[in-house]
Design a binder for this molecule. Structure first.
Ligand SMILES: [Zn+2]
Length: 993
C-alpha cells in the first residue's frame, strides 16, 4: 500500500509503439489513483491492461477465455496441470515451490464458467518478475505430461493393487475434488439454476467437471484444449502496481517472442431470451438418519441484461441491494417475516461474473409444498415495490455504499489489484470496454442524474427486468437420504460392466499403469530440476521494519492514538474499552452484547431505521474482542473495540449513530434480540466443521494462559455452549439477560475505560477529534471499580464430539514472550514445520487435508494442528516425533533460507489503511515498539540451522511438560482413540441436547 494520493503521470501516449506493442488508450482515474494503459501486442494480438499506481504490491495475471463445450472439466483439469511444470521449470509441483520460496503476497489460479485466470503478486520487484516469469512459462509452455493428466484428471486403478479380481475404480485429483462439490447442497443448487437458465450457452456446461462426465475426457482432447485457447492471441494480461509500463512491456515482449497470431474464436455467445418461465425440481444428499422436514430450498432466478451494458448492470446491482441487501430490504424482510423458511438462500442476490447478469432470491429450510407460496410472496413484494416505489433513504443508502466501497482502499486476504481485476474482467472478457467500471464517480453521477430526471427509474427497471421478465426459473431443491446410495449404485454397475468387458491382459495393463503413476509421484525432483526456479537472495529482503505513523494525544482527557495515513477521504475509528475488570460471571456476555447492541434499535429508532442510518452514513460498523500479553509477558491486556468507518463529510452523523448505540441502545425489543441470538448461534455452529482446527487450538490453548483462556471463552466452544443455552432459555430468562446486559454496559462504557484510535489524513483526524468530543460528553467519567478477576486455568486433554467424519487435532505448548530471543526462532520453526515435516507426515503420508504449526506470542502459544484428518493417535505421535526430530537434527541451509523467507513474508504481509491503524493499536496495548520489532526481524534474518536446532532442543524439552491437547471428532473416533491412548481424552459433547 502507498501513501501517494495521486495517479502517476502518463509516460506513454495513445498511438505510441514500444517493444512490439501499441498503446491504444491512456486514461487517468484520479478517484482510485490509477493511470490506465490499454495496449495490444502487434504480432500476436495479445491484450494488455496496465493500471499504473503508486502501490508497491504489484499484481500480474494472465487470463484466457476458456469456453467449455462439455462437462468433462477440461478447463479445470488444465488449470491444475499447467502448474505442474514446464520445459524450463520441470518440477512436479512448481506452484508449491513458488509458494514457499518466494515473498509472494498472493499466488493462485481460478477456473470460472468461461475463463481461467492465473494471478501472482509481490512487493519486491525482483521477486515479482521471478514469479511472473515462471507463471507465464507455465501457462504458455507447460509439459502437460500424460502422468500429470492421469494424476490431475482421471485414471483407472484396481481397488487392491495387483489383485486383478478386485474392483475397478476411477481416481484423480479434480475427479475427487468435484465429487466433493457434487455432494454440497449449495453447489448443486447453483449448478441446477445456471444450467437451466442458460440452456443454449457455455453456462449449460460445468467447466469444473461433472464426475459422471470427467472420465470421458481423453489426453488428446486435453492437449488440444490447451493448444486452442492458451495462446497469446486469446490472452488478456492484467497488470497493476508501481512498476512502469515500459518495464512490463520489455518483460512481456521477451515472454511473447516466438509466438504468432492464431485464428481463434473464443467469444462467449449470449443466451437467447426465453419467453416462458421454467420450473425445475432437483435433489441433494442428506444423512441417512437426518430428518428431512423443512430442508427444501426454493429459489426464483432471472436472467437479466448484458454485462457489457454497464450502466444497466449497475442499476440492477443497486436494485438487488435494495431488495435483499440489508436488514431493511423489503424482499429480505418479507421472506424472513413470512415464517415459510428460516433464512435466505446463500445465492440470493446478483451474479455479475456471467455474460448476462442473474438475480436470485429464495428461502432455505422450507418445505416443497410451500414453493408456490414463496414464489407468490416474491412476486407480490416486487409488485408492491413497482407500484409504490423504494424507500428514498434506502436508495440513498445503497448509492452511498457503492460510493464508499469504490473509494475505499481494501487489502484483506487478497491484494487491492485483485478487486480491480474482477471489475475489469466483467466487461473486458465479453469485448466490452475494460475501463468503464473503474470510473465510478462518473457512473454514480450519471445514475443520480437519471434518478433526478425520473424518480421512478428503479421501479421501472424492476418492472422490466424482474416483474415482466419471463426469462426466469422456479427452482426447488429437495433433500434425498438415498441420493448418494443411488448415485453410487449406478456408478458401481457401470464400473462392473466395464470390468466385465476387459480381458485379463487389459486389467494387468491398467494395474501396471497405476503402479507406474505411483512411482512417478513418489520420486523426488532432481536437484538440477529444483535449481531451475529463480531464487530470491537474502540480500533482496528489506532489512528494516516498516513503521506505522502514530501520534499519542488526548481528546477531552481520553487517551487517543492517531495515524496520519492516506485513506482516500475515509476515516477509521476504533473505540476500545478495557474489559479486564469485568466480573468473571459477565465475561461470556461480552460478545453477545456486541452482537445485540449493534443490531438493535437505539435512541428511539427501530432496528430497520438504524440499519438505514448505518448504510447512509457509514462504510461499516462492528465490534471485536481482543486480548494478549505485553511484549515481556509481564502483564496481559483485554479490550472490546467498536469500530466504524465513514467519509469525512458524514463523520458528524456517523459519530451520532455510534453515540446512540453506546449510550442509548434499546434492549427492550425481545423479538429482535431473539433473532440476533439465533443468528449468532447459527454462525458459531456452522463455523465449527470448516474451522475445527481453530476451535481445537483454542480449546487446548485455554489451559495455558489468561489471554488464551479469554479467547476461548469469547470465540470458542465455551462461547457456543453459552449462546446455545441463552437461545434455549430465552423465553424464560430474557428479563434476566437484559439485566445482565444493562449491568455490563454500565461497567464498560465510560471515559476512564476508553482508548480512541483514529486512522485518516490530517484533515480527517481533526474532524474525528471534534465530533468525538460530543460523544465523550455523553459518557460517564468513571464507574464503581470492580477488581480484576482471574479464572483458574486447568489442564486440558479434551475430546470434543461433533458430527463430522474427519478429525481436527491440536497440541499446544506455552510460548515465550515477544522480546525473548527464542521467539524469532520459534516463528521460523513453525513455518519450517508447516512446509516440511507436518506437510510430509500429516498430509502426504497421513492423508489429512492439512498439518501445520503456528507461533503466537500474543496469546503465548506454540501450536501443532491438523485439518480434516483421518487420524488422531497417529497425528499426536507425529507432533511428538517432530519435536524429537528438530531437537536432534539440523536442517540444510537451503531449507533454512526458505523458512526465513516465508517467515519474513508473513511479517511483511501488506495491510490496508484500516489494518495498519488497527495493528498499531494492538502493538500499543502490548507495548511493542519499533526497536523491539527490528530486533525480532534481525533475529529472524540472522538465524542459522545450528541456532534453530539448539533453541528447539532446549524449548521442546521444557515446554512439552505443559502440553495441552484437544481433538474435535466424531464420538466413535474419539472412543476408538481412547482405547489406544495412554492419557485418555475427556470426552464432551458440543451441542446442547
Ligand atoms: Zn481444483
Amino acid at each position: 500500500m502507498s501513501n501517494q494520493s495521486t495517479s502517476p503521470q502518463p509516460t506513454l501516449q495513445a498511438g505510441a509503439e514500444l517493444h512490439g506493442f501499441k498503446v491504444l488508450r491512456v486514461q487517468v482515474f484520479p478517484e482510485i489513483r490509477v493511470t490506465a494503459y490499454e495496449i495490444e501486442h502487434k504480432k500476436t494480438g495479445a491484450k494488455v491492461l496496465h493500471l499504473h499506481s503508486f502501490d508497491r504490491e504489484n499484481l500480474y495475471a494472465i487470463g484466457f477465455r476458456t469456453p467449455p463445450t462439455d462437462s468433462t472439466g477440461v478447463p479445470h483439469i488444465l488449470e491444475h496441470s499447467v502448474l505442474a511444470g514446464s520445459e524450463k521449470y520441470p518440477l512436479k509441483d512448481v506452484f508449491k515451490e513458488l509458494m514457499r520460496s518466494t515473498l509472494q503476497t498472493f499466488i493462485n489460479a481460478f477456473t470460472y464458467p468461461d475463463k481461467t485466470v492465473y494471478p501472482v503478486a509481490s512487493q519486491i520487484k525482483t521477486d515479482f518478475f521471478n514469479l511472473a516469469r515462471v507463471y507465464t512459462d507455465l501457462v504458455l509452455h507447460p509439459r502437460l505430461l500424460k502422468e500429470t493428466f492421469l494424476q490431475e484428471g482421471h485414471h483407472l486403478e484396481l481397488s487392491v493393487p495387483d489383485d486383478l479380481s478386485s474392483d475397478l475404480i476411477i481416481s484423480g485429483i479434480v475427479y475427487n475434488e468435484m465429487k466433493g462439490a457434487y455432494s454440497s447442497p449449495d453447489s448443486l443448487m447453483y449448478k441446477a439454476i445456471q444450467e437451466n437458465l442458460y440452456p443454449d450457452s457455455v453456462y449449460a456446461f460445468d467447466s469444473g467437471g461433472d464426475p459422471d462426465v470427467i472420465p470421458a475426457l481423453t489426453y488428446e482432447q486435453f492437449c488440444e484444449f490447451h493448444r486452442a485457447y492458451y495462446s497469446p492471441t486469446n490472452a488478456r494480461f492484467f497488470i497493476y502496481g508501481d512498476i512502469t509500463t515500459e518495464e512490463h512491456l520489455a518483460f512481456l515482449s521477451e515472454m511473447l517472442s516466438g509466438f504468432d497470431r492464431v485464428n481463434i474464436d473464443s467469444s462467449i455467445r449470449s443466451q437467447k431470451r426465453l419467453t416462458v418461465p421454467l420450473s425445475i425440481r432437483n435433489n441433494y444428499p442428506v444423512g441417512k438418519d437426518e430428518p428431512i422436514e423443512r430442508k427444501t430450498m426454493v429459489n426464483v432466478a432471472w436472467m437479466m441484461s448484458e454485462n457489457t451494458d454497464h450502466e444497466t448492470s449497475l442499476i440492477l446491482e443497486i436494485i438487488a441491494a435494495l431488495l435483499v441487501g440489508s436488514a431493511a430490504s423489503p424482499l429480505r424482510k418479507a421472506l424472513i417475516d413470512s415464517g415459510l423458511g428460516e433464512d435466505l438462500t446463500p445465492i440470493s442476490g446478483i451474479e455479475a461474473d456471467l455474460k448476462q447478469l442473474m438475480f436470485c432470491a429464495g428461502l432455505r429450510n422450507t418445505q416443497s409444498s410451500d414453493a408456490q407460496k414463496i414464489e407468490q410472496l416474491i412476486f407480490d413484494t416486487i409488485k408492491n415495490v413497482v407500484k409504490n416505489g423504494f424507500d428514498k433513504e434506502l436508495i440513498e443508502g445503497v448509492l452511498h455504499q457503492v460510493e464508499i466501497h469504490g473509494k475505499e482502499i481494501i487489502r484483506s486476504s487478497y491484494p487491492y489489484g485483485i478487486l480491480l481485476m474482477g471489475n475489469v474482467f466483467q466487461t473486458w472478457l465479453y469485448d466490452g470496454d475494460p475501463l468503464i467500471g473503474l470510473d465510478f464517480p462518473k457512473i454514480i453521477e450519471s445514475i443520480r442524474q437519471r434518478w433526478a430526471a425520473d424518480l421512478q427509474i428503479f421501479q421501472k427497471m424492476t418492472k422490466k427486468w424482474l416483474l415482466d421478465n419471463p426469462h426466469r426459473i422456479l427452482a426447488i431443491m429437495e433433500p434425498d437420504p438415498d441420493f448418494n446410495e443411488k448415485k453410487e449404485k449406478i456408478h458401481r454397475d457401470k464400473m462392473a460392466k466395464l470390468k466385465a468387458s476387459l480381458t485379463k491382459s487389459n486389467l494387468a495393463e491398467i494395474n501396471t499403469q497405476a503402479a507406474e503413476l505411483k512411482k512417478f509421484q513418489s520420486e523426488p525432483d532432481s536437484p538440477q530440476d529444483a535449481a531451475t526456479i529463480p531464487k530470491l537472495k537474502l540480500e533482496d529482503i528489506p532489512r528494516s521494519v516498516e513503521t506505522i505513523p502514530s501520534q499519542n494525544s488526548l481528546i477531552g482527557e481520553v487517551t487517543a492514538l492517531e495515524h496520519d495515513i492516506f485513506t482516500n477521504g475515509i476515516a477509521y475509528v476504533d473505540l476500545a474499552f478495557d474489559t479486564a475488570h469485568v466480573p468473571e460471571e459477565l465475561q461470556p456476555y461480552l460478545p453477545l452484547m456486541g452482537k445485540i447492541i449493534t443490531g438493535m434499535g437505539a435512541a428511539g429508532f427501530t432496528y430497520e431505521e438504524m440499519a438505514k442510518r448505518i448504510a447512509l452514513k457509514m462504510g461499516g460498523f462492528g465490534y471485536d474482542l481482543a486480548t494478549g500479553f505485553s511484549a515481556d509477558a509481564g502483564r496481559s491486556w483485554q479490550k472490546m473495540a467498536f469500530s466504524f468507518s465513514a467519509l469525512y463529510r458524514n463523520l458528524p452523523e456517523a459519530t451520532n449513530i455510534v453515540s446512540d448505540v453506546i449510550c442509548a441502545g434499546d434492549l427492550s425489543a425481545y423479538a429482535r434480540m431473539r433473532d440476533l441470538i439465533s443468528e449468532r448461534k447459527n454462525n458459531l455452529q456452522s463455523a465449527i466443521v470448516p474451522s475445527g482446527h481453530i476451535f481445537a487450538k483454542m480449546a487446548a490453548g485455554a489451559a495455558l494462559s489468561l489471554p488464551a483462556y479469554r479467547d476461548e471463552q469469547w470465540h470458542g466452544r465455551t462461547q457456543l455452549k453459552f449462546v446455545q443455552k441463552t437461545a434455549n432459555d430465552f423465553e424464560l430468562s430474557k428479563q434476566k439477560l437484559r439485566e445482565k446486559l444493562e449491568e455490563l454496559r454500565k461497567i464498560l462504557f465510560n471515559k476512564e475505560n476508553l482508548t480512541i484510535n483514529i486512522t485518516a489524513e490530517a484533515k480527517g483526524l481533526k474532524i474525528v477529534e471534534e465530533n468525538i468530543l460530543q460523544l465523550l460528553g455523553m459518557l460517564p467519567a468513571s464507574v464503581p471499580v470492580h477488581t480484576e478477576t482471574k479464572p483458574t486455568l486447568a489442564p486440558v486433554y479434551a475430546g470434543i464430539s461433533i458430527p463430522a467424519q474427519v478429525s481436527y487435532v491440536a497440541c499446544v505448548l506455552q510460548a515465550p514472550a515477544y522480546i525473548n530471543p527464542a521467539s524469532a526462532l520459534l516463528m521460523i520453526s513453525a513455518k519450517e514445520l508447516s512446509n516440511n515435516y507436518l506437510y510430509k507426515h500429516i498430509r502426504v503420508q497421513g492423508g489429512a487435508y492439512g498439518g501445520m504449526s503456528s507461533f503466537d506470542s500474543t496469546l503465548g502459544l506454540f501450536s501443532f494442528i491438523s485439518y480434516r484428518d483421518p487420524h488422531i493417535v497417529e497425528t499426536l505421535r507425529v507432533f511428538k516425533d517432530a519435536q524429537d526430530f528438530y531437537s536432534k537434527n539440523e536442517i540444510s541451509s537451503e531449507e533454512m533460507k526458505k523458512a526465513i523467507i516465508s517467515t519474513i513474508g508473513m511479517l511483511d504481509k501488506p495491510l490496508d489503511p484500516a489494518g495498519r491503524g488497527h495493528v498499531a493499536l494492538i502493538r500499543s496495548f502490548a507495548g511493542i515498539n519499533d526497536d523491539m520489532r527490528q530486533q525480532f526481524r534481525d533475529n529472524v534474518l540472522s538465524a542459522t540451522p545450528q541456532m534453530l536446532k539448539n533453541t528447539l532442543a532446549d524449548y521442546f524439552s521444557r515446554a512439552a511438560k505443559s502440553a495441552a491437547v484437544a481433538v474435535y471428532s466424531a464420538p466413535e473416533k474419539l472412543s476408538e482413540a481412547n482405547t489406544r491412548l495412554e492419557e485418555k481424552l475427556r470426552i464432551e459433547n458440543i451441542f446442547e441436547t
